[in-house]
Design a protein around this ligand. Sequence first.
Ligand code: GN1
Ligand code: MG
Length: 527
Amino acid sequence: MDLGAITKYSALHAKPNGLILQYGTAGFRTKAEHLDHVMFRMGLLAVLRSKQTKSTIGVMVTASHNPEEDNGVKLVDPLGEMLAPSWEEHATCLANAEEQDMQRVLIDISEKEAVNLQQDAFVVIGRDTRPSSEKLSQSVIDGVTVLGGQFHDYGLLTTPQLHYMVYCRNTGGRYGKATIEGYYQKLSKAFVELTKQASCSGDEYRSLKVDCANGIGALKLREMEHYFSQGLSVQLFNDGSKGKLNHLCGADFVKSHQKPPQGMEIKSNERCCSFDGDADRIVYYYHDADGHFHLIDGDKIATLISSFLKELLVEIGESLNIGVVQTAYANGSSTRYLEEVMKVPVYCTKTGVKHLHHKAQEFDIGVYFEANGHGTALFSTAVEMKIKQSAEQLEDKKRKAAKMLENIIDLFNQAAGDAISDMLVIEAILALKGLTVQQWDALYTDLPNRQLKVQVADRRVISTTDAERQAVTPPGLQEAINDLVKKYKLSRAFVRPSGTEDVVRVYAEADSQVSWDSSIEKEPNIR
Ligand SMILES: CC(=O)N[C@H]1[C@@H](OP(=O)(O)O)O[C@H](CO)[C@@H](O)[C@@H]1O
Ligand SMILES: [Mg+2]
């Protein structure tokens, strides 16, 4: 470690005095102008993590669905997954160290984690379309270089594409080719194979309107569309040519306001979807003949996917264990439908995809989605091998189902939830099953629900247990919630401090909107 050079370069990326940031649910996120030092230091940290794991590490510069003025950074671990928790702590320490303490913190981390400093390091970098992203990713590169790491800068990428690149590079190409072309080809090949088998391939199934949140998803989908145009034609809206990133559009806006994005004209019964700013979330929606808006969120996506996978397994004659992983924000109707109608076991974890991803790895096939549309499906290596064999050996109908499953496995991004990949999976399933968006929506009816943010002096006074469904502190809070909830049918409510914003989130659902609204009216402090 050339400590002299580190000190010299660090001074060029000086930390603003007194600024304290936390590596949260999705890395560091704040106003872009406060992040230069964090980027440089995350470049340093990525090199140490790469040396320790003897693997390629990813650094993604994005603030996802946050406003355009914000930015952020997160590290991607060797198998494309989120950074290990102990390294999140190192990231926080390093980002908050004053200039004169930087060297000591770096040495501390190296010693604690037994990093062999002689080991080579390789870091891959991606960024979203924010105006601040290019300069900030250059600061990451400065950090990587000063610690002697090698790097590849992919430039503009969606977050899940960067996760894919990391996964490919660390699995010797078995997962796919670590190029943007490799990503497009792997997914499109699987998608086109699948849609060829669809008997109902009328126009209704072939076109989709996509709101790209004025973000990176638009660029990448435009590059990719000709690879899969045989199976689907996409019409892009909010493609960044005029509007502001995430402003009145995108998956987060549509989900939280439960209304369509601006800048998209929707005719009745047309199938539409929205990506978020870094294209790792997707939600679907449509207007019915009476002009009512219907949202199809992550819960319904998980239901569609897991029921399709289950049907394929039955056809192949394999009994593998499928599990669905949700968070407390999953609509009660979805959980009931999955457990009681589909007979699929459902598990609830804390908010944040790393928790869901981790739980989903316990199953032969683990499907996980947050209600806001971030999710994917994971297949164990043993399952992948078994299905490959079945696709070659079985006869006729069974073989066809195994082949379909093989393609579906290829179509998922198993490194991270991915709006483009999920969109193609959903489109393939709808076409194969001959389902319209209304039929999909009608699988079950969501319980009316609302989610609010409340600003408090110190959100950390609220602590929770039972996958964040019960408040432990402050005393009396849970009892007060219980008293309210028991007055309404099928009702459920919880509060938790956000991991990404300085707010407390309040969620409630009940059998009818009237019940929900009247419960809130009696609580004027919650708005
Ligand atoms: C209710 C909700 O949507 N929470 C989001 C949000 O986390 P909070 O800890 O609730 O701020 O941001 C996370 C990162 O993007 C995402 O994983 C999560 O689902
Ligand atoms: Mg995102």
